[in-house]
Design a protein around this ligand. Structure first.
Ligand code: AMP
Length: 211
């Protein structure tokens, strides 16, 4: 199924979704669609959508759900002949229902990590704005302080990676995203992955599952 697999990654903020998505994209030659990245780009460009959502993103809230759903789905329509990994979308049962009307999905990977672990991971997170590589201040620092090992770009911290916003994002995840697990369990698509392990072990578990 290389190149045509259509996957969804579900996991709370800091579950390692982004790291796994980059690896899956390379191994199976898939497009990686991160709704958070799509929305951060809209905010940076100052588009109407960006203006409508920036204050919600600062607070870690879901915001105008129809607008966001259409922005992500229309992007998927443009690449739907290829395989993809969705990261951060769908986040609600409404979004999952809209996605089902427009796309076939092969598997939903739920990366399960305890809450204390994710708070520590997120508050130390550093991201490369150019290639998307993710580091951690203490657990996985770059070789040169604050510079991406892969492409040499200065690393940045996401403005919503502070402790208050993180706790709110986890609360929002519990309320809105948790019901998604039931939705995909009923569809027979849900696969649980133990995300408390290191990134290599998590990746091995996922690839064994996908074959
Ligand atoms: P993320 O990068 O996935 O952690 O997303 C960052 C922020 O973007 C979230 O806290 C939300 O405000 C917004 N966002 C990302 N994906 C979605 C989505 N599928 N639906 C609504 N809001 C989203």
């Amino acid at each position: 199924m290389n190149g045509t697999m259509k996957l969804i990654l579900i996991g709370q903020p800091g579950s390692g979704k982004g790291t796994q998505a980059i690896r899956l994209k390379e191994k199976y030659r898939l497009s990686h669609i991160s709704s958070g990245d799509v929305l951060r780009k809209e905010v940076a460009l100052g588009t109407d959508l960006g203006k409508a959502i920036s204050s919600y993103m600062d607070r870690g809230e879901i915001g105008p759900v129809e607008l966001i759903t259409e922005a992500v789905l229309s992007r998927l329509d443009r690449i739907s002949a290829e395989g993809f990994i969705l990261d951060g979308f769908p986040r609600t049962v409404f979004q999952a229902g809209e996605l089902k009307k427009r796309q076939r999905i092969d598997a939903v990977l739920f990366i399960d990590v305890p809450e204390d672990e994710v708070v520590d991971r997120i508050t130390g997170r550093l991201t490369c704005p150019s290639c998307g590589m993710i580091y951690h201040l203490r657990r996985k620092p770059p070789v040169r302080e604050n510079v991406c090992d892969g492409c040499g770009t200065a690393l940045s911290r996401r403005s919503d990676d502070n402790e208050d916003t993180v706790r709110n994002r986890i609360r929002v995840y519990r309320e809105d995203t948790f019901p998604l697990l039931d939705f995909y369990r009923e569809e027979g698509l849900l696969r649980r992955i133990n995300g408390a392990n290191d990134a290599d072990t998590v990746f091995a578990e996922i690839t064994a599952l996908l074959g």
